[in-house]
Each structure stands twice: as structure tokens, then as C-alpha cells.
Design a binder for this molecule. Structure first.
Ligand code: PEP
Length: 252
């Protein structure tokens, strides 16, 4: 069965000492949770994050990577570099990468292939802009984002895929999708996987919601049957807030 996952996307926040301190704070609170917990610090802090979380339930993810294995790509980081320091998961397709760094579906498909070739897990983000939702185009946009980036995958590749529905209008805005809006889209996505890949994959793929999840709204959103957790931005920078969100799923 699919797993409940709460992943923190730290974005371009936290220097080395802030990273160490947030991780040590989380480590004192996280034991006993049955929810899979992930954090995605900046590239410069991934190595120390892997060292500090080695014997813990926290998994470390990267926020991005390049599709090439190596070469003349100044400023970029490859999948094998991430693997060599113990990072086995990467966030791809975040709306900030799509909008600010012009990552389109074709580039994302190449990044997905590179991550899979390196046996990495991918948190693949997708979601519509506000005007798409207002014009009733949100299902079509999500369908095309998923088709363009993922339709070439083989069934076994889906073992390494986590999906994150992140409506762009809800990211960092304080405006959250209602639990019903999240459930409606997650159901649509699961049905699409069922039709295109198969029921077994649809049942076993975790679909996270992201967009202004906070301690006071997580429980209601996570209670929806097709919502398997969250990708958390701002609220993951505070250990107590992040733990409250993790605890929105039952603890052992
Ligand atoms: C994100 O950046 O993926 C995100 C969901 O951010 P926030 O929780 O701050 O809206």
C-alpha cells in the first residue's frame, strides 16, 4: 500500500549552522512516527544533512538536479553526485523551477530519466496557475503536465515516483486549496494513473498535496482518502510546526 509522507522543501533557506540546528531539533521530536519524513535542504547542506540523519527516520532529498551525468554545465549537480553523498531522492518540477528557471515538461522528462537511471526516488511536482483554475482548465493542465513528463515510464519505474499536486496559486501565498479541491484533483490523478498505467500502480503511488499546508489545516487536508501527505515549504522551516504537520497522521 502507498505510504503517508511529509516532505519539507527548505528552498533557498538555512545556512550550515541553521541546517544543523533545525535537524538536531527535528531529531529530538521525530522518533516513533509512522509517517515517512523527508527534508530537502540546499545543495551545500545535503552532505551534512545525510550525515546527521543517518540513523534516523528522516530521509534527505535534493531540490533539483541536472539531467546530464557530468560535463560542461557550470553550476549544476548530477544524480550520481547526489547518490555519492547518500541522497536518494530528488524533487523535480517544482513550480518555482518551472517559472523562474524555464524548466519545461521536456527538460523534466529528461531529468526524470536521469534520476531513474541512478535508481533515485522522484517527488514530481505539478499543478495549475490561478488563471487555469479560474477558467476551469485545471484538470487539462494537470493531465498534460503528467502525460508529457511521465507517460514514457515503464510500470516498474513507478515504484520510484511520488507525486505532489501543488496548485501554483497556493504556494507560499497562505491560500490553501480546500480539502475538497485537493481530494478532487488527487482522485483525478489516481484515476488517470489507473487508466494509463494500471490499478496496482494507482493504489501504490503516494500523491502529496503542497501549497500553504500549516499546522492548523494539515489534519483536514490529510484526512482526505486520496491525499497521502504533503510537500511543505514555509512551515517546514520551524521544527514544531513541521512536527505538528507530521503528527497530523497518527503516531504509533
Ligand atoms: C512548496 O514550495 O512546495 C510549498 C508547498 O510551499 P508552501 O508550503 O510555503 O506554500
Amino acid at each position: 500500500m502507498r505510504k503517508n509522507i511529509v516532505a519539507g522543501n527548505w528552498k533557498m533557506n538555512n545556512d550550515l549552522s541553521q541546517t544543523k540546528s533545525l535537524i538536531s531539533d527535528l531529531l529530538t521530536k521525530v522518533s516513533g512516527t509512522e509517517t515517512k519524513v523527508m527534508i530537502a535542504p540546499a545543495f551545500t547542506n545535503l552532505h551534512i544533512a545525510c550525515e546527521l540523519t543517518k540513523q534516523s527516520p528522516i530521509e534527505v532529498a535534493a531540490q533539483n538536479m541536472h539531467f546530464a551525468e557530468n560535463g560542461a554545465y557550470t553550476g549544476e549537480v548530477s544524480a550520481s553526485m547526489l547518490k555519492s553523498i547518500g541522497v536518494n531522492t530528488v524533487i523535480l518540477g517544482h513550480s518555482e523551477r518551472r517559472a523562474q528557471f524555464r524548466e519545461d515538461d521536456a527538460i523534466l522528462a529528461k531529468k526524470i530519466d536521469a534520476a531513474l537511471q541512478n535508481d533515485m526516488t522522484i517527488i514530481f511536482c505539478f499543478g495549475e496557475e490561478l488563471e487555469d483554475r479560474n477558467s476551469g482548465n485545471h484538470f487539462a493542465i494537470v493531465k498534460s503536465q503528467l502525460k508529457n513528463a511521465l507517460s514514457h515510464l515503464e510500470t516498474k519505474d513507478w515504484e520510484n515516483i511520488i507525486l505532489a499536486y501543488e496548485p501554483v496559486w497556493a504556494i507560499g501565498t497562505g491560500v490553501t486549496a480546500t480539502p475538497d479541491q485537493a481530494q478532487e484533483m488527487h482522485y483525478f490523478v489516481r484515476k488517470m494513473i489507473d487508466e494509463c498505467v494500471g490499478g496496482h500502480v494507482a493504489d501504490n503511488t503516494s500523491v502529496l498535496y503542497g501549497g500553504s499546508v500549516k499546522p492548523d489545516n494539515a489534519k483536514e487536508i490529510f484526512s482526505k482518502s486520496d491525499v497521502d501527505g504533503g510537500l511543505i515549504g514555509g512551515a517546514s522551516l520551524n521544527a514544531d510546526d513541521f512536527m505538528t504537520i507530521i503528527d497530523a497522521f497518527n503516531r504509533s
